[in-house]
Design a binder for this molecule. Sequence first.
Ligand code: BES
Ligand code: MN
Ligand code: MN
Length: 454
Amino acid sequence: MAILSFVEKNLPRFHQELDALLRIPSISARSEHRADTRKAAEWLRDHARAIGLIAEIHETEGHPIVLAEWRNAGPDAPTVLIYGHYDVQPAEPLELWTTPPFEPDIRDGRIYARGSVDDKGQLFLHLKAIEAHLAATGSLPVNIVVLMEGEEEVGSEHLMPFVEANREKLRCDAVVISDSTMLAPGVPTIGASLRGLAYFEIGVHGPSHDLHSGSYGGAVINPATALARIIASFHDENWHVRIPGFYDDVNAAPDFREQIRTLEFDDRSFLQETGSPALGGEAGFGTLERIWIRPTCEVNGLLSGYTGEGSKTVLPAHAMAKVSCRLVPDQDPEKIRDLFQAYVSSVAPEGVRVEIRVLHGGKPWRARLEGPLYEAAAEALEKAFGRKPVYAGEGGSIPIVPEFERVLKAPVLLMGFGLPGENAHAPDEWMSVENFEKGIVASASLLDAIGRNR
Ligand code: BES
Ligand code: MN
Ligand code: MN
């Protein structure tokens, strides 16, 4: 009770602190924001120290990792590792933001800012739960390690070796992550799966320089058209991926499919979120199946030729596409990489040079959804939201999750507080104020529940 009233009393300050974190443009993908990304790491280290944790920055060849610990619950108490990321996606296109991305603004019960829900707000709520325990009782029911990284949005390249190299330091009984979404407002949700990822860049190179499309067009293969042919060959008319072997390791997951069918889900409001003229995808599957249990091959970016004002009659020298495959259990990113490379080479038209760069990858993941950690989570979420949680898949990827399970041999809990339509990675990203506050209560209760059943 003392913990909950501490939270209630201090909420205005919690919001001010979160605002300060959100004001730091820690865009991991951009070298010009390197210092800002570091500033966010230092801010979190200092903040963790201020609430009573021992915190250090660990340098990597990329952005720093912040580790904060409290280990005074004793050797017999369980250890909980809380993971989150302080880096954010680029904020462009800036002109589509109602208020600037790094000037947090609360309107209509939402905190608008880049990183509000992905993932600074969801990470910060755990720090506030820890603070509340320490401030109200002088102690915590479990030992805690908070692991905060600055490269999640660019593939967690340096976190993977860090986890391997520090497996003793990171040893724990449970991993808790809030970096996913709830099925609907007021419906607490435990994440049952994540998709994996295999990301590529395809470069198509033709003439050594741009050509006059009148003097040369028709007699030289156009790289943009060649790339369009390659991309068009990714799917058949049923939006089924045509890469040979692509579906070989897809687990049909009949139980999960069955469970998905029991969830209340409205295609119309999902369509509305997208603003697209219609929904569509692989034949034979519903929307939730398409994003949770089916893999994809998606064009993320396209670049070639003249795209400025008016017209320019040119035959471009190069064309480029960014393409990523979302993967589901038991697909393996390295195997998909090989299949993708072989397929693109096989469909590449003659007369151009095609180059495939592998950018990054991550394995898919499915939760076992049982045991004391999941019981504790159900209890904590019910306490915070007044109803039992549902179990839902997630279409996105958190590459470190399967590695946590493999290396630390601890179960992972995805307890997300995002909401449909939150605009993660898009203009006007927001986090629900109510979920931020209930998330603190859920996190504080979770630590209690885990501590109790030792
Ligand atoms: N928080 C997301 C992942 C996510 C999204 C989980 C939706 C559950 C539901 C994370 O920050 C993210 O965006 N991950 C990237 C990973 C990639 C850059 C390796 C993603 O999914 O695109
Ligand atoms: Mn995230
Ligand atoms: Mn993200």
